[in-house]
Design a protein around this ligand. Structure first.
Ligand code: PMP
Length: 357
């Protein structure tokens, strides 16, 4: 049975990426070596990491004054590295949900944190739009896609202070004006490849402004100096990441990914909005294209387990909402096929007919 993988991350990857990766594990470029066996400083791996950086620069139109890094530790390590490298006295954060709260918690270890705006009152179903960024903050941090709550910020904000964004779950899914950001980071395991690598895009002249000593492993300048090879990088994850970037390019780049994302999300939200038994969780003007969160209407809430069974019997995987919010979540990252989205909508309709009978 075909599997329709709606996991929130790690998640579905393009088939060709999986095949290339399998081949590289057995015999990397006909070298007789596995990608798991080669030195990170050797001639087999160096071109891979360099091409990955080059492809990301190209796909996102990253200006030359920026560096691209691939590091271990996931996006959660960036919650620490960002304040370590940028927070002198005060930082401003937008509180848009679970992951931004985690980022805020780490930043509070380093100095004053001002919550510029929060959507806690709406239970994180909206994105705040009306706020003023303090001009004396060292930086302003936003989470552009809230993976758990299913809300998304599509604009590149004009910020009077360095803008820093967690783009873990929407990088490469819409065009971004990188020049508006001092730093963009995220885990790779949604739209850029497998778990194990985090990406960092940083404007070099934004660094080196804090007064504290920074441990080498947490210092962006050290990683830039050593070209992401200060320590052994996650070579295997970077290999698959490079293959994923090649696939994005071959498909037509970020603007094509954006077009597909709109199409998939519009289709699924239409199915939810026209349903008699399902309802969307996020406010319409804040809805994420990546993580489509929905629930059964109150009167059908007791059918949740039945819906999960109904879908998993048909090969649909990963629909359970995050434990913090409940309901269902269909994650539609770049590798998600429109056919799978159609199939999910059809299955929802089928379930609706069954329970309304
Ligand atoms: N930020 C966002 C928006 C996320 O979705 C996630 C993971 N789902 C994280 C941060 C944390 O990433 P990691 O598990 O790589 O530390």
């Amino acid at each position: 049975m075909k599997k329709h993988i709606f996991n929130a991350g790690p998640c579905k990857l393009p088939e060709v990426v999986l095949r290339d990766t399998a081949e590289a594990v057995l015999n990397l470029n006909d070298s007789g070596l596995s990608i798991l066996e080669v030195s990170h400083r050797g001639m087999e791996f160096m071109p891979i990491i360099h091409e990955a950086k080059k492809l990301l620069m190209e796909l996102l139109n990253i200006p030359e004054e920026y560096s691209v890094l691939f590091l271990g530790g996931g996006a959660s390590m960036q919650f620490v590295m960002v304040p370590y490298n940028f927070l002198n006295k005060k930082a401003a954060y937008l509180n848009t949900g679970y992951w931004s709260r985690k980022a805020i918690k780490e930043a509070e270890l380093f100095g004053e944190v001002v919550i510029t705006a929060s959507c806690e009152d709406s239970n994180y179903t909206t994105i705040p739009r009306d706020y003023k960024i303090p001009r004396d903050a060292d930086y302003f941090h936003v989470t552009t896609n809230n993976t758990i709550e299913g809300t998304e910020l599509f604009e590149d904000i004009d910020s009077p202070v360095p803008l820093i964004a967690d783009m873990s779950s929407d990088i490469l899914t819409r065009r971004v004006d990188v020049s508006k950001y001092a730093l963009i980071y995220g885990g790779a395991q949604k739209n850029m490849g497998p778990a194990g690598a985090a990406f960092v895009i940083v404007r070099k002249d934004a660094l080196g402004k804090v007064n504290r000593e920074i441990p080498s492993m947490l210092n962006y300048l050290v990683h830039i100096e050593d070209d992401s090879l200060y320590n052994t990088p996650p070579c295997f994850a970077i290999y698959t990441l490079r293959e994923t970037l090649k696939w994005v390019k071959e498909q037509g780049g970020v603007s094509e990914m954006e077009k597909r994302a709109k199409k998939k999300a519009d289709f699924l939200y239409d199915a939810i909005d026209s349903s008699k038994v399902f309802t969307g969780m996020a406010e319409k003007n804040s809805r994420s294209r990546m993580n489509i969160c929905f629930a059964l209407k109150d009167e059908y809430k007791n059918k949740e387990a039945d819906f999960i069974r109904h879908t998993s019997d048909r090969g649909i995987v990963g629909l359970q909402g995050h434990r913090a919010v409940g309901g269902f979540r269909a994650s539609c990252y770049n590798a998600m096929e429109l056919e799978s989205v159609h199939f999910l909508a059809y299955t929802m309709k089928e379930f609706e007919k069954m329970i309304l009978k």
